[in-house]
Design a protein around this ligand. Sequence first.
Ligand code: IPD
Ligand code: CA
Ligand code: CA
Length: 265
Amino acid sequence: MDWDLIYSHAQQWVKEAGERIRSSFDQTLDIQTKSNPNDLVTNMDKETEQFFISKIKQTYPGHKIMGEEGFGDQLDSLEGVVWLIDPIDGTMNFIHQQRNFAISLGIYEDGVGKIGLVYDVVHDELYHASRGIGAYLNDEPIPLLGETTVKESIIALNATWVMKNHRIDHHLLIPLARDARGTRSYGSAALELIFVATGRVDAYLSLRLSPWDFAGGAVIIEELGGIVTNLRGEKLDFLSKDSVFAAKPGLHQTILDEYLKSGKW
Ligand code: IPD
Ligand code: CA
Ligand code: CA
């Protein structure tokens, strides 16, 4: 397997897809809803996914693809090389703000993350990592993550989880939100994972994400010494939806032990 070539193709295609998204900004979007009125999809989400699929299928016919918009393969295993694609992560931001969204791509071999890319399209910032080779923001290496304490940390989480909701007891996360130096919510899981990777936030947690939301970011964070699990502290399974908890080393264990142990996540 020529992983250097796969890595360079992935970077080239993500950049090309980003260019297409940027040049769509002055066109009218076709916006539809999916599972609920706030679950949005546009023609650009679909076109971007189809763009990746045609490139991958032409160049690597043996590789499999899991894409959010459903144009990829139906997978029941992660055997072989699998591309996990979120063509636009943060679609609501894309529609309302034309910023704060990203393309997320993870390439896995037999379930192990080999390459991760998250492209902040508007800022032309490509975050990328290849397992064992380091993580970069464009051409600049990203420094390894260090340790910190809860009281000096910024935690990214969605306000939904600290107000009454149908999924969890909303009291569970209030102590963490209260003890941290600050909380943030950006509306793009892929970018929030990148903010952990770059130390802009110290931890990110979400109650329910899909593999394409976290497959790219997880490779980048782990390459920098950060830890990515579900909220129970278990390894993520890249075939199903799960909660996600990413943090700096040390801080990850502290939050698990002191704040998350009592929850049924
Ligand atoms: C969503 C974003 C959001 C997260 C949602 C995801 P989408 O992805 O990552 O931050 O809270 O759970 O579905 O739908 O914009 O690709
Ligand atoms: Ca997403
Ligand atoms: Ca998406």
